[in-house]
Design a protein around this ligand. Structure first.
Ligand code: SAH
Length: 249
């Protein structure tokens, strides 16, 4: 945890925040804080700043830390990249959500596909309260406060035919990642590196030809990461890292 995060509704009217969970345990055990110390803290979807530890009461799991938060920076900007991901196994999804949140994405669309195991849509992880901790973990790691928005689309055809046209105007480029494609990201961006990007990364079994054709029909352009076929969780990280480098972030 490189940044201690809390919700805006945890700030009391006197400006203090009371923590009595894994965060207080972290402040005491890992950071070894004492009253009077300050730590980096931030409000989820709000500013970053400092937290002055006012008091530490109790021991172990039930220890309570009270701190006063002062904002120093403004609210961070929305990352300029969004992701479509063919739904993956819950265990992989946890990793993907935390990692892409650390790297910085604005919206994550989890979608169905021919090679998506349908039972994954019933996973309890897909409830907001269950996947949110993995997004927060990603923010804590990256010292960033803006949570990505997650949307779940259980049907591929309405997603690509009806929903995608409503958001196409938000993007400078839309790219479907598919192994063996002819052009890499550098070639796809050419000299036009600014603006928002939407990547579509396949599920563990990949996109079927019909899906790739549908993406192309709706203005997506295929992009390749080279001849090696990567796992979905590796491919998303590689794509985001390449884009960050090319866009000079
Ligand atoms: N057997 C599948 C592999 C899917 S890998 C297939 O051949 O399509 C899961 C997803 O990661 C892919 O659908 C794609 O979006 C992305 N991916 C993996 N390796 C890639 C590569 N070398 N180039 C572009 N995308 C890749």
């Amino acid at each position: 945890m490189n940044l201690l995060l809390f919700e805006s509704n945890e700030i009391k009217s006197d400006g203090t925040v009371s923590l009595q969970d894994r965060r207080s345990a972290h402040i005491i055990k890992i950071l070894g804080c004492k009253p009077g110390d300050t730590i980096r803290a931030g409000v989820i979807n709000g500013p970053v700043g400092t937290g002055e530890i006012l008091s530490i009461r109790g021991k172990g799991k039930n220890a309570e830390v009270v701190m006063r938060f002062s904002a120093t920076d403004g609210q961070p900007e929305h990352p300029a990249v969004d992701l479509i991901i063919g739904l993956v196994r819950p265990i992989m999804l946890k990793r993907v959500l935390a990692q892409v949140t650390s790297l910085g994405v604005g919206r994550i669309f989890l979608i169905n596909g021919n090679r998506v195991e349908k039972s994954f849509f019933n996973a309890s992880l897909l409830k907001d309260e269950n996947y949110r901790p993995y997004l927060v973990q990603g923010l804590e790691q990256a010292k960033y406060t803006r949570l990505p928005q997650v949307a779940i689309h259980k049907c591929f055809k309405p997603f690509i035919e009806d929903f995608i046209p409503t958001i196409t105007g938000d993007y400078q480029r839309m790219l479907v990642a598919h192994p063996g494609g002819s052009a890499d990201l550098k070639q796809r961006l050419e000299s036009n590196i600014k603006g928002r990007t939407l990547f579509a990364v396949g599920p563990e079994g990949g996109w079927v030809d019909y899906e790739v054709e549908k993406f192309i029909e709706h203005s997506f352009v295929p992009v390749s990461l080279g001849r090696r076929v990567l796992r979905t969780d590796t491919a998303v990280v590689a794509l985001l890292a390449q884009l960050m480098l090319l866009q000079g972030e």
